[in-house]
Design a protein around this ligand. Structure first.
Ligand code: AMP
Ligand code: GLY
Length: 427
């Protein structure tokens, strides 16, 4: 079969790599892709929002299946558009993708169906939001309703910071219309875990647990990013908590979406906060995580194309996942300045020297080829992903590669996976 991947990040490179290993897949296309994906797939210069041109490509090339990486095309209805034309596509419809694209929708749904999450209130008027602050104990979390590339969530320690956050979101409209409404939410302490599952509307089939590292600096300090590294499994998600997540969160959410006339098919990714043996939902994403997908797909031995087709055909109950028991870790190498402004077009060295390291995959994010050289083209540039017998060995392997790869202004966290090591040291 022929598969089209839409997107251009490390997640999409990992998807292309996974599909390229399948005997069922004869050809992979990617729009628009990056320099790493170009080694495995035919790149097509189309934007992720150009639904019409993408559908025309699918028809012209006889592509059997389209898989979407990022949330934006999903929230703009690419799945609805393809389905209307009887083109096979993996992901939720626009109305189902509201689980990620509107935090107000998500919070109201969880409250209505008593799915565990933080206490919250919603405001469309700044003044009412300000009045509400008087009744709160800080810290609290202020969230823009709509999509804001992971930047629309601000944890505030006091009233002054809260007012600044409300100004940024509601008055300055730093995230555009995403800031028409805000959610003000109780701050949940604990340890965060990513719970990524396939959902076909009837069955939920989880991938192993993973943990992202959202903050830019070591020790989880500094502003949030799209994710600076990830590892799988995440020991914070014990088998007992996983059972609880499936029965109290994942299945109830899928049922709630069906009851609301928004049946959910695709990847259902819950960002969870775990505390005292209890999991609460921080957010839902309606797609694979980036960078969680890189270690997860390195551990997935099953044929991803088969699993995805089972979701589309609603026969997930017949599938079980074959997972490599070895842990995997991904260290993101980024452009200095990210998640703020940064420069691009720097030549990356060390890629050839690390390409053949055993157990290591270099997944590209923001890269492109210029005059035969691979150069930087985005904030998160590479995801160095390693698999090994133990987590410390996987971490060592990944950092052996990061030590060789370089470009002017390259930055990465030095503590990816440390939380899991600290945990096993104290257990
Ligand atoms: P979200 O996009 O809603 O997941 O928020 C982004 C990040 O902000 C999360 O990954 C958490 O690290 C943090 N966060 C969001 N909501 C809360 C909360 N209620 N309590 C503590 N941290 C939160
Ligand atoms: N790594 C977080 C996300 O994909 O949203």
């Amino acid at each position: 079969m022929k598969i089209l991947i839409i997107g251009s990040g490390g997640r999409e490179h990992a998807l292309a790599w996974s599909f390229s290993r399948s005997p069922r897949v004869s050809k992979v296309y990617c729009a628009p892709g990056n320099a790493g994906i170009a080694e495995l797939a035919t790149l097509v210069e189309l934007e992720v929002f150009d639904h019409e041109a993408l559908a025309a490509l699918v028809r012209a090339e006889g592509i059997d299946l389209t898989v979407i990486g990022p949330e934006a095309p999903l929230s703009q209805g690419i799945v609805d558009y393809f389905r209307d034309q009887r083109l096979r596509i993996f992901g939720p419809t626009r109305r189902a993708a509201a689980l990620e694209s509107s935090k107000v929708f998500m919070k109201d749904l969880l409250a209505k169906y008593q799915i565990p999450s933080a206490a919250y209130a919603v405001f469309a008027e700044r003044e009412q939001a300000v009045n509400y602050l008087d009744s709160l104990n800080f810290p609290v979390v202020i969230k823009a309703d709509g999509l804001a590339a992971g930047k629309g969530v601000i944890i505030v320690a006091n009233r002054t910071e809260a007012l600044a956050a409300l100004d940024l979101i509601m008055t300055e409209r730093a995230f555009g219309d995403a800031g028409c409404r805000v959610v003000i939410e109780e701050f949940l302490p604990g340890e965060e875990v990513s719970f990524v599952a396939f959902a076909d509307g009837k069955t939920v089939l989880p991938l192993p647990s993973s943990q992202d590292h959202k903050a830019i600096y070591d020790g989880d300090r500094g502003p949030n990013t799209g994710g600076m590294g990830a590892y799988s499994p995440a020991p914070a998600l014990t088998p007992e908590i996983e059972r609880q997540v499936m029965t109290k969160i994942m299945y109830p959410t899928m049922a709630a979406m069906a009851a609301e006339g928004r049946p959910y098919q695709g990847v259902l990714y819950a960002g969870l906060m775990i505390k005292d043996g209890e999991a609460k939902v921080l957010e839902f994403n309606c797609r694979f995580g980036d960078p969680e997908t890189q270690p997860l797909l390195m551990r997935l031995r099953s044929d991803l194309s088969e699993v995805i087709e089972a979701v589309i055909d609603q026969r997930l109950e017949k599938i079980s996942l074959d997972i490599d028991p070895r842990p995997a870790v991904c260290v993101v190498m980024a452009s200095e300045g990210y998640p703020g402004s940064y420069t691009i077009a720097h030549e990356i060295t060390g890629l050839d020297a690390t390409a053949k390291l055993a157990g290591v995959k270099i997944f590209h994010g923001g890269t492109r080829r210029e005059k035969g050289q691979v150069v930087t083209a985005g904030g998160r540039v590479l995801g160095i992903t390693a698999l090994a017998e133990t987590l410390p060995a996987a971490i060592d392997r990944a950092y052996q590669a990061t030590a060789v790869i370089s470009w002017p202004g390259c930055y990465y966290r030095r503590d990816i996976g440390r939380k899991a090591l600290d945990r096993s040291a104290t257990c």
